[in-house]
Design a protein around this ligand. Structure first.
Ligand code: SF4
Length: 418
């Protein structure tokens, strides 16, 4: 099933539903009169009060790392200098469409969230950072409709896996290439023009705006997730909003993937999971405790025609091609992982290859300037942990799915925005 769906309980405000037209998701771009009619751009409460709501609700960033939003906001507010706020809409993770959908359909929700973030941090300057042309048009139209008092500029970048990483965002807005820089300093310490900078994912900002409008249900708003669901024949995707506490089974059943064999999680950041995927929680802490990562919440399901070894090889080859080639360990590490997985896929493997992959996937995480190397290592680690039988099948040349076509350019994970 493709399209846009909300699985939130009736009456709970979400990011996809239009409160004006009932439970139907927005089909077009919400303009200013419609946004004002549903309570948008409401008067600001005391900034500290809003920060307390966000902390109490437990809102986490939705760019992939899942960092507590209130902690980041306070760090920017408390750093020396006049802060800057950025709505980060550069959706580099393959298989995710949620950020572009929000920018295209609900730009005022994001600008409202940016206004609130500026109020909480004391910023007088904001940016919307993106690569998607339809999103840029929608945001520029929304900015022309509404002056929020906050000066906001739109900065366009070229799409790339690392272009949305927070230090790459700062570097690009400062006029450089959209490539990560070593940390520290992090943007909250020294960001755009040297100022403390909040780089917030657009879904985080949208949730902030809804939370401000509905403080009574703040916990439910903060706990809900937008997930992009893809996989199976073709590449069409569905965008689904799920309530807090949901397991993967719910969006999978809705979108016709209930009988899938496996799932690739988080774009490419969360790893591969086998037969027990349905019980995995859509929750950062519980996913981390289960040894994985939720990432941006994109779910790519594998069906009987999909080989997990081939998917892992394709994903790591894509990451190797997307490496910004700034950190030696990333260049050599991602290429080595991709090369070894390609060899596994061809059946050219022995116990040494498996040992090498196990060693590398344990040693490489955390050694690059951004998360790309971690993503490649996690894909390998989870393949080894959850699919030893499929690796053996390649050794014996008996993998049932290996007739499936594959490409090494990440084409499998490219999905259109519904
Ligand atoms: S880890 Fe890789 S992608 Fe990230 S900054 Fe270093 S070289 Fe670039």
């Amino acid at each position: 099933m493709t399209g846009v769906f909300s699985l939130l309980p009736e009456g709970q405000l979400g990011l996809l539903q239009s409160p004006l037209s009932g439970a139907e998701p927005y089909g077009d771009t919400e303009d200013l009169p419609r946004y004002l009619a549903v309570g948008g751009y409401a008067p600001l409460p005391a900034p500290d009060r809003l920060l307390d709501w966000i902390a109490d609700a437990g809102l986490r960033g939705r760019g992939g790392a899942g960092f507590p939003a209130a902690v980041k906001l306070r760090a920017v507010r408390d750093a020396p200098g006049r802060p800057v706020v950025v709505a980060n809409g550069e959706e580099g993770e393959p298989g995710s469409v949620k950020d572009r959908w929000l920018l295209r359909h609900r730009p005022h929700l994001i600008l409202d969230g940016l206004r609130l973030a500026a109020a909480m941090t004391g910023a007088e300057r904001g940016f919307v950072y993106l690569s998607d042309a339809p999103s840029e048009r929608a945001v520029r139209r929304a900015l022309a409709e509404r002056r929020t008092g906050l000066r906001v500029d739109v900065v366009r970048t070229e799409p790339a896996y690392v272009a949305g990483e927070e230090t790459a965002v700062v570097r690009r807005i400062d006029g450089g290439p959209a490539l990560p820089t070593p940390k520290p300093p992090r943007p909250f310490e020294k960001g755009i023009g040297g100022a403390p900078t909040l780089v917030a994912n657009v879904e985080t900002l949208a949730r902030l705006a809804v939370l401000h409008a509905c403080p009574d249900v703040a916990g439910a708003v903060a706990g809900a997730h937008l997930v992009t669901v893809s996989g199976g024949a073709g590449t069409a995707a569905a965008l689904v909003e799920v309530p807090a506490g949901t397991h993967l089974k719910l969006p999978a059943d809705l979108c016709g993937h209930g009988t899938a064999d496996a799932v690739l999680l988080g774009g490419l950041f969360g790893g591969l999971y086998g037969s027990r995927w349905a019980d995995l929680p859509l929750d950062h802490d519980r996913m981390t405790a289960a040894g994985g990562a939720l990432g941006c919440g994109a779910l790519h399901f594998l069906h009987p025609g999909d080989c997990p070894v081939a998917v892992a090889a394709e994903a790591t080859a894509y990451l190797a091609a997307q490496s910004a080639r700034q950190c030696g360990v990333c260049v050599s590490g991602t290429e080595a992982l991709a090369g070894a997985l390609t060899a596994v896929g061809r059946g050219e493997t022995d116990d040494d290859t498996r040992d090498r992959l196990r060693r590398w996937s344990g040693q490489l995480p955390g050694r690059g300037a951004c998360g790309l190397l971690d993503a490649a290592a996690r894909i390998v680690a989870t393949l080894l942990a959850h699919f030893p039988d499929r690796i053996d099948a390649h050794r014996r040349a008996t993998c049932p799915a290996c007739e499936a076509e594959r490409s090494d350019d990440g084409g499998r994970f490219r999905v259109p925005v519904p």
